[in-house]
Design a protein around this ligand. Structure first.
Ligand SMILES: NC(=O)c1ccc[n+]([C@@H]2O[C@H](COP(=O)([O-])OP(=O)(O)OC[C@H]3O[C@@H](n4cnc5c(N)ncnc54)[C@H](OP(=O)(O)O)[C@@H]3O)[C@@H](O)[C@H]2O)c1
Length: 461
């Protein structure tokens, strides 16, 4: 049955006559396998995300077919261990251990990659794209490092590569940026994009508990992995920010471009001092367009209590998009977990099916046309909060102030809290280049009256 388009081409890779629509995208031919009148899916992975995707496709088959305009059917599901017992009941005969065969099967129209990791996921995706199959992926590790290669391959073949779930799972940030805000210039994306660290910081603020205790609680409740390094050290947030910055600025930002600091050094004491000054401490992922360049950084930051992201607590995520002329837009919700991630993956799949039905794939150009440099962190200009432990005696303030003054870092406020022989001094600076702040810290470390530089936290406006 022919739905749209006309028979165009003998697909030499598959050796079959397919129905498609010719596009003027360089030399590419868009192959629309609509003969069956359905969109047949090869799912790679049946873990947390894959099970939720398969469950949603099976459970909501009719609604999804109605919204997509054609049925979306699971044709194969590939896993690493096909003999492992599964809680989800799949139709007979669709589970396999051979992911490559799923990708190559001419009866698969779209490949959904939710197996994770760089290889073999990358090879499977490239092979699917080369065969004229659109791909949906949730793979942040892959998209934040090899996104350009994959997007270029999808553009060359004129098929879709959608990756909404790779940034903030259930929060539709990429679609908002690329579709709803297509008429806007985006100046900044600021987010709480890691639920584990947001849970830890929330518990430290609520309960006055230390980092280790809050992490243990997050692990008991399933909000942190047994090995939490990726989350705690900011790697997960940096990968997500690279994907969001690439989409927001139509440029190419990879994980390694993102300046990164984690939350392990945050103490209940600095959270208390921040609160006394009207701030909360959050791990922020910030991408900003400045002077023809891009700032991309993940670090703990002080946020004014009135800021829209300040009340986003526990495992929740939120992203603030500053767009012109739309103004600020906040998306808040669950940025991880099977259900929210499946929502994004199946949403992308429905988009692929709609495009196939309309013969209009690759409507959104997404190869990072702009080549904007990413700024070195030393060049970024910010305000800082610095908490020092100093000897509690006359003349100390003047030495501390001189260290700032010699580097032209101007102090906006200074508060002292006596602790007996020592005192805590909490300073807030006016805006200064990070390089100047680093030199100031080196001077402070050399002062005999400074016992400890307890915390240095950037301030986000
Ligand atoms: N979990 C989340 O909340 C979340 C949120 C956003 C994005 N993501 C992304 O989604 C992807 C999947 O995450 P997940 O949490 O679902 O992972 P997971 O639970 O570890 O599941 C991975 C699945 O891939 C299968 N697999 C692994 N290597 C394979 C191979 N070589 N061939 C075939 N199948 C293979 C595994 O098979 P077996 O079952 O047989 O071991 C398993 O079913 C990752 O890229 C992740 O970054 C996850």
């Amino acid at each position: 049955m022919l739905y749209f388009g006309t028979p165009m081409k003998l697909d030499t890779q598959r050796g079959t006559l397919v129905y498609g629509v010719q596009h003027n995208l360089r030399d590419s031919v868009v192959v629309m396998p609509l003969r069956t009148g359905e969109c047949r899916v090869g799912l790679l992975g049946l873990g947390t995300v894959g099970s939720a995707v398969a469950g949603l496709l099976l459970r909501s088959e009719h609604e999804i077919a109605h919204r997509a305009g054609l049925p979306i059917r699971l044709r194969h599901v590939a896993v690493a261990h096909p003999d492992r017992p599964r809680s989800l009941a799949l139709p007979d005969g669709i589970l396999t251990g051979d992911a490559a065969a799923v990708v190559d099967d001419p009866e698969v129209d779209v490949v959904v990659e939710v197996m994770g990791g760089i290889e073999p996921a990358r090879t499977h995706i490239l092979r699917a794209l080369a065969a004229g199959k659109s791909v949906v992926t949730a793979n942040k590790q892959l998209m934040s490092t090899r996104g350009e290669e994959l997007l270029t391959a999808s553009a060359a073949r004129g098929v879709d590569l959608f990756f909404e779930a790779s940034a903030c799972a259930g929060l539709p940030v990429i679609k908002t940026i690329r579709e709803a805000l297509a008429a806007n210039t985006i100046t900044q994306v600021m987010g709480i994009v890691n639920g584990t660290t947001n849970f830890i910081l929330t518990r430290m603020a609520e309960g006055g508990v230390g980092f280790g205790e809050a992490l243990g609680e997050a692990q008991r409740l399933g909000f942190a992995e047994a090995d939490p390094t990726d989350d705690v050290d900011g790697h997960d947030a940096a990968a997500k920010l690279a994907i969001l910055a690439s989409a927001a600025f139509d440029s190419r930002v990879v994980s390694a471009d993102v300046y990164r600091e984690g939350v392990a050094s945050i103490t209940p004491r600095i959270i208390t001092y921040a609160r006394e000054m009207g701030y909360v401490v959050k791990l922020l992922a910030i991408a900003r367009s400045t002077d023809g360049a891009i700032e991309a950084r993940v670090h703990p930051a002080l946020l004014p209590g009135t800021h829209p992201l300040a009340r986003v607590d526990r495992e929740l995520n939120a992203v603030l998009i500053e767009a012109e002329p739309a103004g600020p837009i906040v998306l808040e919700g669950r940025g991880a977990g099977g259900g929210p991630t499946a929502s994004a993956v199946v949403g992308d799949l429905i988009d692929v099916a709609r495009n196939m039905r309309a013969g209009a794939s690759h409507r959104i150009r997404s190869t990072g046309a702009e080549r904007r440099p990413v700024k070195e962190m030393a060049e970024v200009v910010l305000s800082y909060c610095v908490a020092l432990v100093v000897a509690d005696r006359p003349g100390v303030f003047s030495q501390v102030a001189a260290a700032f003054g010699e580097e032209r870092v101007s102090i906006a406020s200074i508060v002292q809290k006596s602790r007996g022989v020592t005192a805590d001094v909490v300073l807030v600076t006016h805006e200064a280049p990070e390089a100047a702040m680093r030199r100031t810290l080196a001077r402070l470390h050399r002062l005999s009256v400074v016992t400890d530089v307890h915390a240095v936290i950037r301030i986000a406006a």
